[in-house]
Structures are given as structure tokens and as C-alpha cells.
Design a protein around this ligand. Structure first.
Ligand SMILES: [Fe+2]
Length: 347
């Protein structure tokens, strides 16, 4: 309810004079940009079925050669923002990418930060600034802002992964651009962060050489994340939320600057209610089947399905298996909200 007057209440001649001077009266629009108590999100609870995406992505593989596409991706777009905006939420972009055996997506770098969550297929790799990261199902690979990266595939079956970028935000900031490489494969150097930081709570000792890389770890193997979750669940059967955050192992801060990345485990049959929080959040089913209730809406998630929840909305997750755990990869806008000072937990 707008109780501050409408623009039409002002004389036409006055409005025209304002427009000529690039001026706008605030009061008729004030409630729209600052609604009472709760924001009015465009982001809608949305579910993307992997079984529906995969045939269309495979068809893209037939329709468009990698040389033409550069990156062969179907974007998971939230209808609340309009599909042409190619965003899942205010700051999150999601894309399902296909690389066929023998294909190569050449080196480039860009300002938006990206991560890859491997959904299906073995034998692909991403080289980031000369560090070759093997891609296995459930692995998280970082390609942060400004770092050169390319993708290749030496396996025999198609590889599909989920791209998560902060593209909508960086684009909104008018700071989004890319730079292409020289068309040659990157020189691969020795040393891999996921081996250097192979165990939690231990990091390499910098006696002769300090590790001053801004992003010391670029690959987070799923085998390690899964083992950490299982260990936490075994250690404390009363622990309600079995969740880990992917962090920079040198600083303990979030792995990237704008988006946060997590893995979450539900015990067999477990139901978990997450509080309403200000950032939007994405859930991707790595193992098992589940039911997600986002506000008033419910979605059944099969393996590799993806769901988006708007901010300020409670989410209830339920593992549909009584015998097997369920695992999720999650991405949200928490680091951004914390830096902006607008992070909130409600109820
Ligand atoms: Fe890229």
C-alpha cells in the first residue's frame, strides 16, 4: 500500500519539467524501493531437473561444436528475473556445461569469479594458472577473478559440470569483461594445492618459501568433503546440521570473495529446517534424493537436480531415503551480504 502519493497526483507540467532536468520525485516510489520489514524479491523458488537438462545439453553437443561455442552451457535462469537476465538470484549465475571426449575449451580469464561442481563423467581437467586440476564427480574447482583457466577432456564419456558464477553482480557493477588467451595450452607446473593442503588443520610450513598465493587451493576433492561430513556426523550423533564451508586454507576465510560454497549431509530419513536468512541460496543434490520445502513450495530433488531459494525464506530439507545419507552442494550470497553489512538470520 503506497501512502506517500502517486506520481499522477503531481501536475503534468511539473512532472515534465522534472523529466527535462533528469529529476525524479522520491516519495511516490519510496515504499517500492524500501518496503516495510521484508524485501520484495524477484527471485522465485525454482527447480531444475537434471534428467530434463541432460538430453538438451547433449543435443547442444550435436548442434554446436565447441570451437564455435567456446563454452557449451545451458543457463539455469530464474523466471522471476526474466530468462534473458540469465541469473538464478541477484548475485548467482548457474550453468550446466558439457565437454565431449577430446574437446578443449581454450584458456581465458574474466572478472567474474567462478567455480565448477562436477556432475557426471570422468577424465576432464581444468588448468588454472598452470595448476592442472582433475575433475571427478562432486569435486569443486575454483577459477577466481582474473585467473587464466582452460578445460580439457581425456576420458571416453561426456563430462558435465555445474558452473556457479557471481556474474549477475559483477555485470550489474559494470565490471564484467573477459580476456582471451593466445590459443595455446597452458604450461602446466608442478604442485597442486589440494595435495599441499591435503588434511584439515594442517598447512605447509613456509621455511624457505611462503605461500603467498591469493587462492592457494583450487580443487576441493569430493572424497575429502564427503569424508569430513561423515566424520562430523559420526563424531556427534546429536549434531543437527552436518555442514562444511569451503575455505581458503591459509586464511580460513570463504574460498571466494562474493559467493559462499558449502557441502551438507542429511542422515538417513533426516529432516532439517534452515532458518530464513537474507542471502539467496542454491542446493545441488550430489548424492541421494530429497524433498525441499522453500517457503510454501515443495520440490522433489533427484540426483544432480538443482534448486534455488530466495533470501529471507526458510528452507526445510528432508532425506527421502531411510537407509542412505543424502549430500548437497550449496552456494549462497553470504560473503557478499556480510561484507555489505546486510546479513541477517530470522526466526
Ligand atoms: Fe571462464
Amino acid at each position: 500500500m503506497n501512502d506517500l502519493g502517486r506520481i499522477e497526483d503531481l501536475p503534468l507540467e511539473y512532472r515534465q519539467r522534472l523529466t527535462e532536468q533528469n529529476l525524479v520525485p522520491l516519495w511516490p516510489s519510496l515504499r517500492g524501493v524500501m518496503p516495510p520489514h521484508v524485501p520484495g524479491p524477484k527471485t522465485q523458488p525454482t527447480h531444475w531437473s537434471y534428467q530434463s537438462i541432460k538430453p538438451l545439453l547433449m543435443q547442444a553437443g550435436e548442434l554446436t561444436p565447441i570451437e564455435k561455442a567456446e563454452r557449451r552451457v545451458l543457463v539455469l535462469a530464474n523466471p522471476g528475473h526474466g530468462l534473458d537476465k540469465m541469473q538464478a538470484s541477484p548475485a548467482l549465475y548457474l550453468g550446466m556445461q558439457l565437454l565431449l571426449p577430446g574437446e578443449w575449451a581454450p584458456s581465458h580469464r574474466h572478472t567474474p569469479n567462478a567455480v565448477r561442481m562436477v556432475v557426471e563423467g570422468e577424465g576432464a581437467w581444468t588448468t588454472v594458472e598452470g595448476e592442472k586440476c582433475p575433475m571427478s564427480r562432486g569435486d569443486l574447482i575454483l577459477t577466481p577473478s582474473g585467473l587464466w583457466h582452460e578445460h580439457g577432456h581425456e576420458g571416453t564419456e561426456p563430462v558435465i559440470w555445474l558452473d556457479v558464477l557471481d556474474l549477475p553482480l559483477v555485470y550489474y557493477m559494470e565490471a564484467s569483461y573477459h580476456v582471451n588467451g593466445d590459443g595455446k595450452r597452458q604450461q602446466v607446473h608442478a604442485g597442486q594445492g589440494f595435495r599441499q593442503y591435503a588434511r584439515g588443520g594442517m598447512r605447509p610450513t613456509p621455511v624457505f618459501q611462503s605461500n603467498n598465493k591469493r587462492y592457494p587451493m583450487l580443487r576441493y576433492p569430493w572424497a575429502d568433503a564427503r569424508a569430513a561430513l561423515q566424520s562430523m556426523a559420526d563424531n556427534d550423533p546429536a549434531l543437527e546440521c552436518v555442514q562444511i564451508t569451503y575455505v581458503n586454507p591459509e586464511t580460513g576465510e570463504d574460498a571466494e570473495n562474493i559467493l559462499g560454497f558449502y557441502a551438507l549431509m542429511l542422515r538417513p530419513g533426516q529432516s532439517l529446517k534452515l532458518p530464513a536468512r537474507s542471502p539467496a541460496c542454491v542446493f545441488h543434490q550430489i548424492e541421494g534424493r530429497s524433498e525441499l520445502q522453500i517457503g510454501e513450495q515443495s520440490f522433489a530433488l533427484e540426483l544432480a537436480d538443482t534448486c534455488c531459494a530466495p533470501g529471507y525464506t526458510g528452507v526445510r530439507l528432508r532425506n527421502l531415503s531411510a537407509s542412505e545419507p543424502a549430500f548437497f552442494f550449496m552456494a549462497d550470497e553470504s560473503p557478499l551480504h556480510r561484507k555489505l553489512g546486510i546479513y541477517e538470520v530470522r526466526d
